[in-house]
Design a protein. Structure first.
Length: 127
Protein backbone atom coordinates (compact mmCIF):
# COMPACT_ATOMS: atom_id res chain seq x y z
CA UNK A 1 0.00 0.00 0.00
CA UNK A 2 2.66 2.44 1.06
CA UNK A 3 4.77 1.32 -1.85
CA UNK A 4 2.00 2.17 -4.29
CA UNK A 5 1.54 5.54 -2.66
CA UNK A 6 5.24 6.22 -2.77
CA UNK A 7 5.39 5.25 -6.41
CA UNK A 8 2.58 7.63 -7.30
CA UNK A 9 4.18 10.33 -5.17
CA UNK A 10 7.48 9.73 -6.92
CA UNK A 11 5.75 9.86 -10.29
CA UNK A 12 3.93 13.02 -9.31
CA UNK A 13 7.21 14.59 -8.24
CA UNK A 14 8.77 13.45 -11.47
CA UNK A 15 6.01 15.06 -13.50
CA UNK A 16 6.17 18.25 -11.50
CA UNK A 17 9.92 18.46 -11.94
CA UNK A 18 9.45 17.94 -15.69
CA UNK A 19 7.75 21.28 -15.42
CA UNK A 20 5.32 21.51 -18.31
CA UNK A 21 1.87 22.76 -17.51
CA UNK A 22 0.09 19.61 -18.62
CA UNK A 23 2.48 17.37 -16.70
CA UNK A 24 1.91 19.39 -13.58
CA UNK A 25 -1.83 18.97 -14.13
CA UNK A 26 -1.59 15.22 -14.38
CA UNK A 27 0.65 15.22 -11.32
CA UNK A 28 -1.99 16.91 -9.22
CA UNK A 29 -4.64 14.61 -10.71
CA UNK A 30 -2.49 11.66 -9.63
CA UNK A 31 -2.09 13.17 -6.17
CA UNK A 32 -5.84 13.72 -5.92
CA UNK A 33 -6.66 10.18 -6.89
CA UNK A 34 -4.02 8.90 -4.49
CA UNK A 35 -5.77 10.62 -1.60
CA UNK A 36 -9.16 9.22 -2.57
CA UNK A 37 -8.45 5.92 -0.86
CA UNK A 38 -8.53 6.12 2.93
CA UNK A 39 -5.42 4.09 3.57
CA UNK A 40 -3.45 6.27 1.19
CA UNK A 41 -4.96 9.51 2.37
CA UNK A 42 -2.80 9.39 5.45
CA UNK A 43 0.25 9.35 3.18
CA UNK A 44 2.48 7.78 5.79
CA UNK A 45 6.07 8.83 5.80
CA UNK A 46 8.84 7.35 7.90
CA UNK A 47 8.84 10.58 9.93
CA UNK A 48 5.10 10.32 10.61
CA UNK A 49 5.49 6.73 11.74
CA UNK A 50 8.38 7.60 14.04
CA UNK A 51 6.48 10.53 15.53
CA UNK A 52 3.45 8.27 15.94
CA UNK A 53 5.51 5.66 17.71
CA UNK A 54 6.85 8.20 20.20
CA UNK A 55 3.34 9.47 20.85
CA UNK A 56 2.03 5.93 21.11
CA UNK A 57 4.55 5.10 23.82
CA UNK A 58 3.45 8.20 25.75
CA UNK A 59 -0.31 7.89 25.41
CA UNK A 60 -1.31 4.39 24.45
CA UNK A 61 1.34 1.84 25.42
CA UNK A 62 0.25 1.65 29.06
CA UNK A 63 -2.94 -0.04 27.90
CA UNK A 64 -2.16 -1.39 24.44
CA UNK A 65 1.36 -2.61 25.22
CA UNK A 66 4.83 -1.62 24.04
CA UNK A 67 5.10 -1.90 20.26
CA UNK A 68 1.39 -2.73 20.23
CA UNK A 69 2.15 -6.10 21.77
CA UNK A 70 -0.86 -6.62 23.94
CA UNK A 71 0.05 -8.23 27.21
CA UNK A 72 -3.13 -10.25 27.35
CA UNK A 73 -5.26 -7.54 28.92
CA UNK A 74 -8.72 -6.65 27.65
CA UNK A 75 -7.39 -3.76 25.58
CA UNK A 76 -7.91 -4.14 21.89
CA UNK A 77 -4.96 -5.71 20.04
CA UNK A 78 -3.97 -2.85 17.76
CA UNK A 79 -1.87 -5.14 15.58
CA UNK A 80 -5.18 -6.48 14.31
CA UNK A 81 -6.85 -3.16 13.72
CA UNK A 82 -8.13 -3.07 10.10
CA UNK A 83 -5.76 -0.74 8.25
CA UNK A 84 -8.51 0.40 5.90
CA UNK A 85 -10.66 1.76 8.75
CA UNK A 86 -9.07 5.13 9.37
CA UNK A 87 -12.43 6.74 10.21
CA UNK A 88 -13.13 4.15 12.89
CA UNK A 89 -9.67 4.78 14.35
CA UNK A 90 -10.21 8.55 14.46
CA UNK A 91 -13.63 8.12 16.04
CA UNK A 92 -12.47 5.68 18.73
CA UNK A 93 -9.47 7.83 19.65
CA UNK A 94 -11.37 11.12 19.73
CA UNK A 95 -14.54 9.83 21.39
CA UNK A 96 -13.17 6.91 23.37
CA UNK A 97 -14.64 3.45 23.42
CA UNK A 98 -15.68 1.20 26.31
CA UNK A 99 -13.07 1.70 29.02
CA UNK A 100 -10.76 3.60 26.68
CA UNK A 101 -10.84 7.34 27.37
CA UNK A 102 -11.37 10.05 24.75
CA UNK A 103 -8.18 11.74 23.60
CA UNK A 104 -9.94 14.67 22.03
CA UNK A 105 -8.59 17.15 24.57
CA UNK A 106 -5.26 15.43 25.15
CA UNK A 107 -4.04 15.20 21.56
CA UNK A 108 -4.11 17.48 18.55
CA UNK A 109 -5.57 16.21 15.25
CA UNK A 110 -2.00 16.23 13.94
CA UNK A 111 -0.83 13.96 16.77
CA UNK A 112 -3.73 11.59 16.15
CA UNK A 113 -2.81 11.49 12.47
CA UNK A 114 0.74 10.46 13.45
CA UNK A 115 -0.71 7.75 15.69
CA UNK A 116 -2.67 6.48 12.73
CA UNK A 117 0.51 6.41 10.64
CA UNK A 118 2.02 4.20 13.33
CA UNK A 119 -0.98 1.91 13.88
CA UNK A 120 -2.17 1.92 10.26
CA UNK A 121 1.27 0.87 9.02
CA UNK A 122 1.56 -1.83 11.70
CA UNK A 123 4.37 0.09 13.30
CA UNK A 124 6.01 0.71 9.93
CA UNK A 125 6.11 -2.98 9.02
CA UNK A 126 3.44 -2.70 6.37
CA UNK A 127 4.29 0.19 4.13
C1 LIG B 1 -6.77 3.40 29.72
C2 LIG B 1 -6.37 2.36 28.78
C3 LIG B 1 -6.27 2.77 27.32
C4 LIG B 1 -5.49 3.75 26.77
C5 LIG B 1 -4.56 4.73 27.48
C6 LIG B 1 -5.69 3.67 25.35
N1 LIG B 1 -6.59 2.68 25.04
FE1 LIG B 1 -7.25 2.19 23.18
N2 LIG B 1 -8.48 0.80 24.00
C7 LIG B 1 -8.57 0.48 25.34
C8 LIG B 1 -9.59 -0.53 25.53
C9 LIG B 1 -9.98 -1.16 26.86
C10 LIG B 1 -10.12 -0.80 24.24
C11 LIG B 1 -11.28 -1.75 23.90
C12 LIG B 1 -12.52 -0.91 23.89
C13 LIG B 1 -13.78 -1.67 23.60
O1 LIG B 1 -13.92 -2.20 22.49
O2 LIG B 1 -14.64 -1.71 24.48
C14 LIG B 1 -9.39 0.05 23.30
C15 LIG B 1 -9.62 0.07 21.94
C16 LIG B 1 -8.90 0.82 21.05
C17 LIG B 1 -9.12 0.82 19.62
C18 LIG B 1 -10.13 -0.02 18.87
C19 LIG B 1 -11.46 0.69 18.93
C20 LIG B 1 -12.44 0.11 17.96
O3 LIG B 1 -12.79 0.85 17.03
O4 LIG B 1 -12.82 -1.05 18.11
C21 LIG B 1 -8.22 1.67 19.08
C22 LIG B 1 -8.05 2.00 17.61
C23 LIG B 1 -7.44 2.22 20.16
N3 LIG B 1 -7.89 1.69 21.34
C24 LIG B 1 -6.43 3.11 20.00
C25 LIG B 1 -5.77 3.74 21.05
C26 LIG B 1 -4.77 4.76 20.87
C27 LIG B 1 -4.25 5.25 19.54
C28 LIG B 1 -4.39 5.14 22.11
C29 LIG B 1 -3.41 6.23 22.49
C30 LIG B 1 -3.77 7.56 22.07
C31 LIG B 1 -5.16 4.36 23.07
N4 LIG B 1 -5.97 3.52 22.38
C32 LIG B 1 -5.05 4.48 24.44
C33 LIG B 1 -7.81 1.03 26.36
C34 LIG B 1 -6.95 2.10 26.22
Amino acid sequence: MKTRWLVSAALATGFAVAGTYSSAQSASAAAASASAEPSKAAGFTADDITAGSVQYNRSCAQCHGRNMVNSGSTSYDLRRFPVDQVDRFMLSVTKGKGSMPSFDNALTPEQIKMLWAYVGSRGGKEL
